[in-house]
Design a protein around this ligand. Sequence first.
Ligand SMILES: CC(=O)SCCNC(=O)CCNC(=O)[C@H](O)C(C)(C)COP(=O)(O)OP(=O)(O)OC[C@H]1O[C@@H](n2cnc3c(N)ncnc32)[C@H](O)[C@@H]1OP(=O)(O)O
Ligand SMILES: CC(C)C(=O)C(=O)O
Length: 507
Amino acid sequence: MARAIKIFDTTLRDGEQSPGCSMNIKEKIEIAKQLEKMGVDVIEAGFAIVSPGDFASVKAVAKTIKNAAVASLCRAMPKDIDRAYEALKYAQQPRIHTFIATSDIHMKYKLRASEDEVLETAINMVKYAKKYCSDVEFSAEDASRSNPEFLFKVFEGVIKAGATVINVPDTVGYTVPDEYYNLIRSIRENVSNIDKAEISVHCHNDLGMAVANTLAAARAGATQLECTINGIGERAGNAAMEEIVMALNTRKDFYGLASKVDTTQIYAASQLLTKITGMKVQHNKAIVGKNAFAHEAGIHQHGVLANSSTYEIMTPESIGLTTNSLVLGKHSGRHAFESRLNELGYTLSQEQLDKIFENFKELTDKKKVIYDKDLEALIQEKAIEVIETCKLNQFTINCGNTITSTATVNITKNNQEFEEVSLGHGPIDAAFKAIEKIVDDRFDLEDYSLNSITEGEDAQGEAIVKIRRYGRLYTGRGISTDVIEASIKAYINAINKMLNDSEQQEV
Ligand SMILES: CC(=O)SCCNC(=O)CCNC(=O)[C@H](O)C(C)(C)COP(=O)(O)OP(=O)(O)OC[C@H]1O[C@@H](n2cnc3c(N)ncnc32)[C@H](O)[C@@H]1OP(=O)(O)O
Ligand SMILES: CC(C)C(=O)C(=O)O
């Protein structure tokens, strides 16, 4: 049987301490409701004394949330505790969370207080908070850099004063997993009344170890883990909730721990926070990053198509995503390519597939990601059988805002190579005129248009050209990431249709 572990979410308090992540009341309520839906045990709604807005948010969250404890942070001083409870009194399960620093550095420079003074304040303020509510959490700020003997004394004192939770913050992200594991074990072994309180841990990510430290502490016996959605928080952030929860879930065999969090709500929570704060999640972020369930390499894609467990240690569905994604790009192989075409409704012969796969690989050298529309464009381009009387070999363009555009175009026409140079009003006009010299036939350009058919900076441009000869209209289409190349291809495509037509008429 897995041991139950509590999740304390501080997205609305420590998370909001991320520069640029301030949220208004409505937004905080939206996040709090999502956290409640996920099943977190405690929601830290803010730091009530900070501002009238923070006070109102804590109060509003306290009034709204029914199925989780609601906490407010407060310094170890009566006015902060009073203000916190004024907002928390509306909660079904209020928790006052008071803190004071216990490290020599903080006591000396910041608080300008001795160990005895800090110990006395901590005990008195827990007693003060207890007058308001039964659930009081005490945090020893900068615990991981505190003298352990002093820390044990403080924890013993506050538990005796009524603290229901003692928190051991790694405030500046200084500790490492083995050391933090030992600290939590030593607290369990040296604080005589520790069985009367929960042991909570709160890690920051300054050395990129917030989640690793949190998990090490969980193994050492911590019973509550503090974290934020997407790992937002002061400086490099807090331990990311989604990473902690999914690590415990995926490695239940190793940790033997279970949180109440409904993991299928993780992705929605991450998206909601991004929408509200505008703080984007890096693509390679574990669990909720855009690439977390995306595979580009052909060997991986083949494996995933055969059985997703080959390259996925958890399912996308387990975090609320509907599917993984096989991203088509330079490293993709035939299996993934064919599978995507099948999904799009195309069933191709082996010969067609080989040809289009070749074109696809050429395109991947020009474009980082190949979207469905790119594939459709490739198929359509190749689907119409046009005899390539004229075939583009190469072109060069010289243009700018102070010179007349010049184009040199090299084309194979009826198996013979031709090259012409022309001036024009812009690069496309110059290129078209050079092509006309090579084709040496009479026709009129009726229409020309250019659209972007795929997304992103490296989107493909589609040029459509209409030419007319003897009353008949021929439409040409060309696609490329380079709009001039797309235009030249479209013009040649229309000309080939026109030339095909005359060959058929002659027959
Ligand atoms: C590790 C953490 O995340 S701690 C939480 C950090 N969050 C915040 O700071 C939230 C935003 N803060 C604020 O809005 C303000 O700093 C307030 C409202 C909390 C306090 O503002 P002010 O009263 O103007 O004080 P200021 O922030 O300049 O200085 C902090 C004072 O609190 C004292 N103090 C700091 N922590 C504590 C504590 N836990 N318990 C008691 N006193 C404390 C400091 O020694 C200093 O006291 P002094 O004014 O006698 O020198
Ligand atoms: C106040 C405590 C819990 C904190 O945020 C920290 O130490 O990082």
